[in-house]
Design a protein around this ligand. Structure first.
Ligand SMILES: Cc1cc2nc3c(=O)[nH]c(=O)nc-3n(C[C@H](O)[C@H](O)[C@H](O)COP(=O)(O)OP(=O)(O)OC[C@H]3O[C@@H](n4cnc5c(N)ncnc54)[C@H](O)[C@@H]3O)c2cc1C
Length: 433
C-alpha cells in the first residue's frame, strides 16, 4: 500500500513530503520495520540481537525514494550544465534556489524551521546522488547544510534559529562557514581573526580564506579569537549577515577542481555586529567547530563516495562498449580487476559512511568513525577517479568524457574539512586513548 503510493508520486516531491509519508523504514535481520518512532524500535531490535552481524544497511523505501528524486533532479538540472559551469567557474545560484524548493538545502533541519526533517542516512543519499553527477554542486550543498546551517541548528538560541533556519532551509539564503585563515588551516587554534567587545557590540577584524560561498553567501558563521592564543576556550562563533558594514568578499580562488563551487576570502574590517549574534557561549567557538566538523566529515565522505560512484559508473559502461583486439576491453583481466577493485572500495567506503551516519542519527560520539569514513572515501575517490581515467585511455584525458572532471574534483576530498593526514591524527588519537 505504502509502496504503491511511493511509486506513483516520487518523482518531483519535496523531501519533507516523502519523509512525512513514511518515517524511516528500517531493515534488520531480514525484515523491514516501518516504525512510528524510528529510534525507539531500532534500539529495541538492537537489544534483541546478540551480535551486530544481523544489521543490514539496505536502504529503506523512504531513502530509495529520496535517492531517486535527487537522482532525477541531478540528471535533469545539473548534468547538462556540468562542463559549462566548470569551464567558466560559474556558481549557479539559481540552481540552489530550486534545490531549496525541494528541501535539499535543509535536509537535516526539522520541519518546524522549514526543513526536510530527515536524518543522516537520507542526507548521505542526497550528497552522493548530486556528487555522482557534479562534485562542485555536491560540495556546495554539503557546506551549506552541514557547516553553516548545522552550526546554527546545533548551537543557536531559539530566536536565532527562527531568524536564520527557515531562510537557509528554503534556499532563500546560501550559507558560508569560516574557520580557515591564510596561516592557519590544520592548526586552527592559532587563528588571528579577532573579535573585541565594545559595549553591546563585537568588532571583528581579520581574513578567512578558502571559504565556500565566501562571496555569495548571505550569512556567514565565523569563528574568531576572543581570548588567548592556543586556548581552546579562546574562540567564539558569530553569525554575520551579508551587507553588514565591514564584511567584504576578497579574492575568488581559481581552482583545479570543484570549480562551480565558489571558494573565496572573507574579510572583516572593523565589522560591528550586535551581541545577539554570538552563537552559544562566548569562548565555545572552537569546541563547537570541532563538533560541527565531526558531522561535516560525513558530508565529505558522502561527497567522495558520490564522486567515486560517478567515475565507476562511467568506467563500467565504457569498458563494456570500447573494443580493442576484437573484444570489449572489460574482457581483459587488467580492466576487469580494476572494476572489481573500484566496486569493492566503493562498498567498503559506503559501509564506513553509513556506520558514521548511524551513530550520528543516534546522537552518539562519531569522532573516530566520521574521520575514518572521510579519510577512506576521500582516498578511494582519488584512486577510483584515477583508475577511471586509465580505463578510458586517451579519451579519459579529454573534456569530452566525464572522468577527467571526477579526477580533478576528487582531490579536494583529501584536503577540505581536515586533510587525510589530520584524519589519521584524529583516528590515531582515538585508538590510542
Ligand atoms: C575548495 C575548498 C573549499 C574549502 N571550504 C572551506 C570552508 O567553507 N570553510 C573553511 O573554514 N575552510 C574551507 N576550506 C579550507 C580547508 O578546510 C583547508 O584547506 C584544510 O583544512 C587544510 O588547511 P591548509 O590548506 O591550510 O593546509 P595546511 O594545514 O597548511 O597543511 C598543509 C599540509 O601539511 C599537512 N599537515 C599539517 N599539519 C599536520 C600535522 N600536524 N601532521 C601531519 N601533517 C600535517 C597537511 O595534511 C597538508 O598535507 C576549503 C578548502 C578548499 C580547497
Amino acid at each position: 500500500m505504502v509502496k504503491a503510493v511511493f511509486k506513483k508520486k516520487y518523482t518531483i516531491k519535496k523531501l519533507s513530503y516523502i519523509s512525512k509519508i513514511v518515517q524511516n523504514t528500517i531493515y534488520l535481520k531480514g525484515k523491514f520495520f516501518i516504525p512510528s518512532d524510528k529510534k525507539c524500535i531500532f534500539e529495541q531490535k538492537l537489544m534483541d540481537t546478540s551480535n551486530t552481524q544481523g544489521i543490514s544497511f539496505i536502504p529503506s523505501e523512504n531513502q530509495r525514494m529520496i535517492q531517486q528524486m535527487v537522482r532525477d533532479f541531478a540528471e535533469k538540472e545539473i548534468r547538462p550544465n556540468v562542463m559549462d559551469w566548470d569551464e567558466s567557474q560559474h556558481f549557479p545560484v539559481e540552481l540552489f534556489k530550486k534545490m531549496g524548493k525541494l528541501g535539499i538545502m535543509g535536509v537535516l533541519v526539522p520541519h518546524e524551521y522549514g526543513g526536510a526533517g530527515l536524518g543522516y542516512f537520507e542526507y548521505i543519499n542526497v550528497i552522493v546522488e548530486i556528487a555522482r553527477v557534479c562534485g562542485s554542486i555536491g560540495l556546495s550543498v554539503a557546506a551549506h547544510n552541514s557547516l553553516c546551517t548545522n552550526h546554527i541548528l546545533t548551537f543557536a538560541n531559539e530566536t536565532q534559529k527562527q531568524k536564520y533556519l527557515p531562510k537557509l532551509a528554503s534556499g532563500e539564503w546560501i550559507g558560508a562557514w569560516a574557520l580557515t585563515e591564510p596561516n592557519t588551516g590544520s592548526d586552527a587554534m592559532r587563528m588571528k581573526c579577532t573579535a573585541r567587545k565594545e559595549g553591546k557590540q563585537w568588532i571583528l577584524n581579520g581574513t578567512k580564506c578558502w571559504i565556500t560561498h565566501g562571496k555569495t553567501g548571505d550569512v556567514v558563521v565565523v569563528i574568531a579569537r576572543t581570548g588567548e592564543l592556543l586556548d581552546s576556550h579562546g574562540m567564539t562563533a558569530f553569525v554575520v549577515e551579508r551587507g553588514t558594514p565591514g564584511l567584504k568578499a576578497g579574492k575568488k580562488e581559481n581552482k583545479l577542481g570543484m570549480r562551480a563551487s565558489e571558494t573565496a576570502e572573507v574579510i572583516f574590517e572593523d565589522c560591528h555586529i550586535p551581541e545577539e549574534n554570538v552563537l552559544g557561549q562566548v569562548g565555545e567557538g572552537f569546541i563547537q567547530a570541532m563538533k560541527i566538523l565531526d558531522g561535516g566529515r560525513i558530508s565529505i565522505a558522502s561527497l567522495g563516495l558520490g564522486i567515486a560512484k560517478g567515475a565507476y559508473d562511467a568506467a563500467l559502461k565504457y569498458a563494456q562498449e570500447r573494443e580493442q583486439f576484437g573484444k570489449p576491453i572489460a574482457h581483459f583481466q587488467a580492466i576487469a580487476f580494476k572494476l572489481a577493485d573500484m566496486a569493492t572500495k566503493i562498498e567498503a567506503g559506503e559501509l564506513l559512511t553509513l556506520q558514521a551516519a548511524d551513530l550520528k542519527n543516534r546522537h552518539e560520539k562519531v569522532t573516530k568513525e566520521s574521520a575514518m569514513a572521510k579519510y577512506y572515501t576521500s582516498e578511494i575517490a582519488v584512486q577510483i577517479a584515477n583508475d577511471a581515467v586509465q580505463v578510458f585511455g586517451g579519451y579519459g584525458y579529454t573534456k569530452d568524457f566525464p572522468v577527467e572532471k571526477f579526477y580533478r574534483d576528487a582531490k579536494l576530498c583529501t584536503i577540505g574539512e581536515g586533510t587525510s593526514e589530520i584524519q589519521k591524527l584524529v583516528i590515531s588519537r582515538e585508538v590510542l586513548q
